[in-house]
Design a protein around this ligand. Structure first.
Ligand code: CA
Ligand code: CA
Ligand code: CA
Ligand code: CA
Length: 456
């Protein structure tokens, strides 16, 4: 084949490439750019506005800003100053929970770097907006935990403050109106857009959360923690009713308990510290030491839900030996409770095939249901044991044989970080079972790709 026909074909293309861009405007309209936005009138759907042109940010303003023929399409940008947007897709658990709490681990520098963008955005510039101009792009209250605890997730996670990594917490709210609680239907997916790199502060939010170092309440649940007894729960009540839970009065121990009947956490004082408060979540840390274990508990209550989240971590402060570490009487207990407000209540333990084990103690009027969101490595239930209110126990130690004794060097995380959900409820457990299981399953969040806002 000769090269000549190919050269003949290429000649017009080469000629076009050498022309100034403006000379090509004859095909698309008059060679004027009245608003000087860089787009000639034939391409610009409004040549009198510099903020309207192909590639401009589509905003919820009743006009077609980006000249694609669609007005206020679904991916329109929030009319705030945020430079970046990260689409989030929420996926509902199998059960239904009104206004479920969502905990999103967030690493902004990594997400920006993936998109080839400036990775310096600050974590505290994050805002959440419901997409869709028809809904008015309502902003959802959100809260960032820097130096994250990985609150609703696995092992303890400490993190340098101010490095753009942390946890974002919010409640799903379909209409952005916190006076109404909507559920994600089982299997439903929903989108929220996370905007960041904003200079404007988030608007103030009325939050029902009240938090001190020793008490948390939100209009649903009220929690009291006792610093003289391990920092543990001395009262958890619902809707002003009687207490459904009391750890500090437990006779045989709470929390860390390793093979010594006298090692009762509630006999040891603890230091309580309010780590975070509102608008979404309040979080108290209780630190203590008991029989060779440094114990830390985190108690979290959110603004719109009655359940309490309890995370625990126990670390050996000296070389320890656990005798019979697989035995319930000598294992480490991440949680134990008495339910003094439920005298006459009967414990119900369920181990369904398709969900997490749950425990409930209820009267006909009220009760408290419990299940692990993040269980310890070993978990068991002993409702038949001498203390009928022993709920769950276990530990995270990795050992081949838990039938003998187990050496635990100082510094070992005996319980590396469990997360228990406590759901106070009215009526019998039947009414609360599905909610508890959905809480344990949690809302899944898929992060999309970071987008940079187009220029106006
Ligand atoms: Ca224009
Ligand atoms: Ca628009
Ligand atoms: Ca458009
Ligand atoms: Ca609502």
């Amino acid at each position: 084949m000769s090269c000549l026909p190919l050269l003949v074909l290429l000649a017009p293309l080469l000629a076009c490439r050498s022309q100034p861009a403006g000379d090509a405007a004859g095909d698309t309209g008059p060679a004027v750019d009245a608003d000087a936005d860089g787009y000639l009138a034939g391409l610009d759907c409004d040549d009198a506005r510099t903020d309207v042109h192909p590639g401009a940010a589509e905003r919820c303003d009743g006009i077609d800003d980006d000249c694609d023929g669609q007005v206020d399409e679904d991916d329109a940008w929030w009319d705030g100053p945020g430079r970046y947007r990260l689409p989030l897709t929420l996926s509902a658990p199998a059960g239904s929970v009104a206004a479920p709490l969502v905990d999103l681990p967030l690493d902004l520098p990594a997400r920006l770097a993936e998109a080839g963008l400036d990775p310096s955005a600050a974590l505290d510039s994050v805002r959440l907006v419901l997409p869709g101009c028809a809904g008015g792009l309502p902003e959802l209250p959100a809260q960032v935990l820097d130096e994250s605890l990985g609150l609703l997730r696995t092992a303890a996670h400490s993190d340098e403050a101010g490095n753009g990594r942390g946890d974002l917490l919010f409640h799903w709210d379909e209409d952005g109106d916190p006076s109404t609680d909507e559920a994600l239907a089982p299997g439903q997916a929903a989108r929220v857009d996370l905007y960041f790199d904003l200079e404007a502060a988030a608007p103030a939010v009325d939050s029902p959360l009240v938090a001190t170092g020793t008490e948390l309440s939100n209009g649903h649940s009220a929690l009291r923690l006792d610093p003289d007894h391990g920092g543990l729960i001395s009262q958890l009540s619902l809707d002003g009713g009687a207490s459904v839970l009391d750890q500090s009065a437990a006779g045989s121990g709470n929390g860390a308990w390793i093979g010594d009947w006298s090692s009762v956490a509630s006999y040891a004082p603890a230091t309580l510290q309010l780590l975070a408060t509102g608008p979404v979540l309040a979080l108290v840390q209780a630190e203590g030491e008991n029989h060779g274990l440094a114990t830390t508990w985190w108690f979290a209550l959110s603004a719109r839900r009655p359940e309490l989240w309890v995370k625990s971590r126990f670390v050996a402060t000296e070389d320890l030996v656990l005798d019979h570490p697989g035995s319930w009487s000598n294992g480490v207990r991440p949680f134990q409770a008495r339910t003094d407000g439920l005298v006459g209540g009967v414990g119900t333990v369920e181990t369904p095939k398709d969900g997490p084990p749950t425990v409930d103690v209820s009267t006909a009027e009220q009760g408290v249901a419990l299940a692990y969101r993040v269980p310890p490595a070993r978990i068991d239930y002993a409702p038949e044991a001498c203390d009928a209110n022993l709920i769950v126990y276990g530990h995270d130690l990795d050992a081949d044989d838990l039938s003998g004794s187990l050496s635990v060097p100082a510094g070992t995380a005996v319980v590396a970080g469990t997360v228990l959900v406590l759901l106070p409820h009215t009526g019998p457990f039947d009414a609360a079972r599905a909610t508890l299981q959905a809480l344990v399953a949690g809302v899944e969040v898929a992060q999309g790709t970071v987008e940079a806002r187009p220029a106006d």
